[in-house]
Write a protein that binds this ligand. Sequence first.
Ligand code: HEM
Length: 193
Amino acid sequence: MKPYPAAAIILAITLAYSTFRYHVYGDASWAWFPLWTTNKALSWTAAALLASSYLVADKTDARRYGLLGFALMAWHCLVSLFLLGPEFYAKLYAGNALTAAALSSMVLGAIGALAFCCPAWASRAGVKESLDLSRWFTLQRMGYLGLALTAIHCLAIGLPGWLTPSKWPGGLPPITLMGFLTALMPAVRFVRR
Ligand code: HEM
């Protein structure tokens, strides 16, 4: 499928999922919807688009998937840093300080964001022609590192919640688990080859 309709469909699904999990079955305030809930959907969509950029065969589509995913990922980082605090992310805090797991997750997420800057930069018009081809491929492959760090970012904050399915609102798995699995899709394809 072409990147723009695919992104719209993925975003609609992740937004519906987040809305049902946190507002319909969960008890999150609707006042949190505009930033907190949409941030969950956008971060999962970003992971899906970034992973898709390493799964589709067509190079033009791969570039668009990657750049769209990068833009949403950047938005997720900004909004998360804006919201970060015990009010919105109580389970990441012990008192007023981030837990060790949450702090590690944030640092790994930030390194992941930097790793994604490499393929995004290399995907700009004219860069491929101006670089040695092996260096260009190395920059593109940094996205795999970004995806691995995204998976660990989700695992580090999400794991305790993954192990208590009886507490999942509406029986819906946490988005950290969905993001973890989504980010690993290219690795799964690589192993199955
Ligand atoms: C500066 C870098 C980053 C920061 C500060 C950050 C912050 C956060 C925070 C606060 C959460 C919510 C945790 C929770 O509700 O339990 C989260 C979840 C998540 N992040 Fe990040 N993140 C960063 C980088 C990334 C990157 C590079 C990706 C790649 C797409 C990503 C994807 C996700 C996903 C898929 C989730 C799960 C959605 C959820 O449950 O809220 N994050 N991140």
